[in-house]
Design a protein around this ligand. Structure first.
Ligand SMILES: *Cc1c(COP(=O)(O)O)cnc(C)c1O
Length: 376
C-alpha cells in the first residue's frame, strides 16, 4: 500500500493532519465549543479564499458542493451559461439540467484556456443569463482558466458566477471578493491535502438573494444551502457534523495558510516539471494557461497507459493518474499539489517515470529527474 501518490487528488496527508483524525471526539451537536470550532474553521477558509462572504462546509466530496450550488441556485427554466473547455466544465451542464436549468454552452478550445476576447464578443450578444458556471483548474487537462477576467466580465452583466476551484484552492492565486466570484467551491483531498470527504463553498449575498427569491422550493435537504442560515446563532446543525474530518481539514487549511511561499512553490515546481517534460521530448497536453497544480502529458507513441500504470505501481511504487472521458488513454497526469508539491517527492516520481517509460521502450532525450533539478 505504501506508494508515493503523485496524483491530482487525493494527495499525501501530512502527519499533523492525520493526528487530528485520531483524537477523541465529542458530540458535535451538543458540545457548544464545537460551534465555535466550526465557525473558526470557516473563518480560516475565508482567509484562504480571500473573501468576506459566508463559508459553509458540507460532509461529502467536491461533487457535493458542485451539485448543492446548482440545486440551490437553479430552478425550472433558468438560463444558465456553462463555460467549458474540458471534462468538468462540460459536466457542470449535466447538473444544471438536472435542476431544470436551460443549458447554454460556451465552448472553448480544449487544449487552451478560455479565450477572454471570444467570450467577451459572445456576451455582447448573449448575456441574458441568471447564472454562469466555470472551472478554475480543469484537472484532467492541466489547464487553469483566467477566472479573474472571466468572472469580472460575467459580473458586469449581473450574471451570478459559480466556480469549481476544487483542484486550485491552496495552490493558485484566488481572490474571491476582488474577482467578484459569487460561489466558489473546493474540496479537502486536492491541494489542501486532507483526506477525501469534505467540500466547502463561499456564498455571496447576491447568490443568497437569488436563492431567497426563487419561485419554487429548493429540491432536496442535503443539497439546500439555505438550511444553514443562522446555524451559529441557533446552535443547530442540519445533521451531525463529521468532527474528525473537519478537524483534519482545519489543520490542513492552517498548514496552507502558514506557508507564506505556497503559491510561489507551486509555480516553481510546476514550471520545472513542464521544462523537464518538454526537454525529454514528451509533449504537454495544454498549449497555454498551464496549471501549477497538475501537469497533463501526452502518452508517447508505442506506450500504453495500462502498461505504464502497472510499471509505475508495481516496480517503482509510484501512483500517477491516467485520465477519463475524451482524454482516456491519451494522457497521463502528474499531481504536484499541496503536500506533494515538494522537490524530494518530485525527484522520486520523475525518476520512476523516467525509468518506467524507458523500460517500456520510449525514447527520452534526457533523464527527467536530472533535468527537473536544473530548474529548481
Ligand atoms: C476532483 C475534482 C472534483 C471532484 O471530483 P471527484 O471525481 O469526485 O474527485 C470536481 N471538480 C474538479 C475540477 C476536480 O478536480
Amino acid at each position: 500500500m505504501d506508494k508515493l501518490i503523485m496524483t491530482p487528488g487525493p494527495t499525501y496527508v501530512h502527519e499533523e493532519v492525520r493526528d487530528e483524525l485520531k483524537r477523541p471526539i465529542t458530540n458535535p451537536d451538543l458540545d457548544l465549543s464545537f460551534y465555535d470550532f466550526y465557525k473558526e474553521t470557516c473563518e480560516e477558509i475565508k482567509d484562504l479564499l480571500n473573501t468576506k462572504n459566508d463559508v459553509i462546509m458540507l460532509s461529502g466530496e467536491g461533487i457535493l458542493g458542485l451539485e448543492a450550488a446548482c440545486a440551490s441556485l437553479i430552478e425550472e427554466g433558468d438560463k444558465v451559461l456553462c463555460i467549458e473547455n474540458g471534462i468538468f466544465g462540460e459536466g457542470f451542464g449535466d447538473f444544471v439540467q438536472m435542476y431544470g436549468g436551460e443549458v447554454n454552452f460556451f465552448h472553448g478550445d480544449r487544449r487552451r484556456g478560455i479565450d477572454i476576447e471570444k467570450l467577451g464578443e459572445y456576451l455582447k450578444h448573449n448575456n441574458n443569463f441568471k447564472v454562469a458556471t466555470l472551472v478554475h483548474c480543469e484537472t484532467p487537462s492541466g489547464i487553469t482558466n483566467e477566472i479573474e477576467e472571466i468572472c469580472k466580465l460575467l459580473s458586469s452583466y449581473g450574471i451570478i458566477t459559480v466556480v469549481d476551484a476544487v483542484s486550485s484552492i491552496g495552490g493558485e492565486k484566488l481572490m474571491v471578493d476582488e474577482w467578484e466570484i459569487d460561489v466558489v467551491l473546493g474540496a479537502s483531498q486536492k491541494c489542501l491535502s486532507a483526506p477525501p470527504g469534505m467540500t466547502f463553498l463561499s456564498i455571496s449575498d447576491r447568490a443568497y438573494d437569488v436563492m431567497k427569491s426563487r419561485k419554487s422550493k429548493i429540491r432536496g435537504f442535503y443539497l439546500n444551502l439555505m438550511i444553514w442560515q443562522g446555524w451559529y446563532e441557533k446552535k443547530w446543525f442540519p445533521y451531525t457534523q463529521p468532527i474528525s474530518d473537519i478537524r483534519g481539514l482545519r489543520r490542513a487549511v492552517q498548514r496552507n495558510l502558514m506557508d507564506e511561499k505556497v503559491i510561489e512553490r507551486h509555480e516553481e515546481i510546476a514550471e520545472a516539471c513542464r521544462r523537464a517534460i518538454k526537454a525529454s521530448g514528451l509533449e504537454l497536453y495544454a498549449e497555454n494557461c498551464h496549471s501549477n497544480t497538475v501537469t497533463t502529458v501526452l502518452i508517447p507513441e508505442g506506450v500504453q497507459w495500462s502498461d505504464l500504470n502497472i510499471k509505475l505501481q508495481e516496480k517503482h511504487h509510484v501512483l500517477l493518474a491516467g485520465a477519463f472521458g475524451f482524454l482516456k488513454d491519451k494522457v497521463f497526469r502528474i499531481g504536484h499539489m499541496g503536500e506533494n508539491c515538494k522537490v524530494g517527492f518530485m525527484v522520486e516520481m520523475m525518476k520512476a517515470l523516467n525509468d518506467s517509460l524507458k523500460e517500456l521502450g520510449a525514447d527520452l532525450k534526457c533523464e527527467l529527474h536530472h533535468e527537473f533539478l536544473k530548474y529548481i
